[in-house]
Design a protein around this ligand. Sequence first.
Ligand code: ADP
Length: 252
Amino acid sequence: MVIEIKKVSFGYSTEKVLHDVDCVFEGGGFYAVIGPNGSGKSTMIRLLNRLLIPDTGTVQVNGRSVQDYPRRFLAQHIGYVPQSGGSSANATVFDTILLGRKPHIKWAPGKSDFKKTVNIIRDFSLEHLTLRLTGELSGGELQRVHIARALVQEPDVLILDEPTSSLDLSHQIEVMKMLKEVSTKGITVIVAIHDLNLALRYADQFLLLRDGSIIAMGDERVISEQNLRALYDVEVQKVDVDGQSYILPLLG
Ligand code: ADP
């Protein structure tokens, strides 16, 4: 599934937050959207799954405007994990994840919906939490539940807004590895992320957003010292350790 943003501008009020944004997310790519706070990452992500509608330009899925698709189609094919998950605090972890199957369920969940839920709970090592209410989880546990819920939906495109922000280091790596694995199966993964080193290690395409405009897009070469200086106004060094690039901020 290909998602294309074509000449999109958007503002919450008269002031524009995105300016003439053009980009293509190809099927099976793992895209990291990078930029300072307030640069428009979340806004761009919300435009991708029609939570927001562009003022000008279009967002297209497989060559057709997202606005032309029935809601159910988008729900079946595009998974979305917002920054603050949006699940009921009074539901159990099991029910919350099972709800990810909702776009595929006619009137009641079937055997395969339960099986997929159980499998994803195992993949995320959440077995010990299945009967806990989501309102009783830590921020990191809740974040993993929300990612599991999006994955059980089996979307073609998975969009996540800062999926690792509340996670400890080992769970950050676990989640990014899982997203990488998912992308190798042909699912397009799009993440807004602040951690440049996690992005460099796991994503394969990078989109740099500054003040609502894309200043660079491409493979890991766009994560250059020069582009990062332009993006954050911070000096960094890109170093190589055992063939893997890392970004080292120079704290001066
Ligand atoms: P990022 O995700 O890169 O931090 P956002 O897309 O959240 O950036 O925000 C881009 C700009 O839009 C910011 O100036 C922010 O204050 C503004 N903004 C975000 N959400 C809203 C909203 N719901 N109403 C009004 N302004 C908003």
